[in-house]
Design a protein. Structure first.
Length: 165
C-alpha cells in the first residue's frame, strides 16, 4: 500500500514539474528583442528580432516549436548588411493622410523576401505579412493584423542596416 502512495506522489511531482516548465519559443531567443512579429493565416509566425546589444538582426519563420527558416544562418554583426529597410511615417490624421510603412527585404538562395507592415489613415487599413518571390512569381503570405507585435518602422534608426529611400 505504501508503495502505491509513493508511486502516486512521484507521478504527481513529475507531472507538476513538466507542467511548470515554461513553453520555449524558438522564434525569440532570451538574448533577443522582438522588433516585429505576425501570425500568418496558415498558423506560422514571421519574426524579426535583434540581439539586445545590437550584435545582429535575424528573420525567422515557423512555429514557436519549430523554425522553418532562419536568415541569416550565422548571427553576427554582418547580418545587418544582409537586409535592406525602407520605411516612412507621417502624422496628422485623415486631413494629412497620416500613414506609416515598413519593408524589410533580403535574398536567400535566389528567393526574395519582403516583410511588410503598413497603415494609412484614409481608410484606416493595416496590413502585415511577407511577400516571397521565386523566379518572378510572387506569393503574398498575409499576416493577421490582430496578431501583430511591434513595428518594422522601429528599424529606421539603425545605421548598420541598409536604408532605402
Amino acid at each position: 500500500m505504501m508503495k502505491r502512495y509513493i508511486l502516486l506522489i512521484c507521478c504527481c511531482l513529475g507531472l507538476t514539474t513538466l507542467l511548470a516548465q515554461p513553453n520555449k519559443n524558438l522564434l525569440l531567443l532570451p538574448n533577443e528583442t522582438l522588433v516585429f512579429a505576425c501570425q500568418t493565416k496558415a498558423g506560422k509566425w514571421v519574426y524579426v528580432c535583434k540581439d539586445k546589444k545590437d550584435a545582429y538582426l535575424v528573420y525567422r519563420y515557423g512555429t514557436p516549436q519549430k523554425i522553418a527558416l532562419q536568415y541569416p544562418s550565422v548571427l553576427d554583426t554582418t547580418s545587418w548588411q544582409q537586409f535592406s529597410f525602407k520605411g516612412y511615417s507621417r502624422g496628422g490624421g485623415k486631413a494629412n493622410a497620416a500613414m506609416y510603412y515598413g519593408f524589410l527585404t533580403f535574398n536567400n538562395k535566389g528567393v526574395d523576401y519582403e516583410v511588410y507592415d503598413t497603415w494609412n489613415s484614409e481608410d484606416d487599413k493595416e496590413n502585415c505579412g511577407i511577400v516571397v518571390t521565386t523566379a518572378g512569381k510572387s506569393t503574398d503570405i498575409k499576416g493577421i493584423v490582430k496578431s501583430r507585435k511591434g513595428y518594422l518602422l522601429a528599424l529606421r534608426d539603425y545605421e548598420q542596416l541598409s536604408q532605402e529611400e
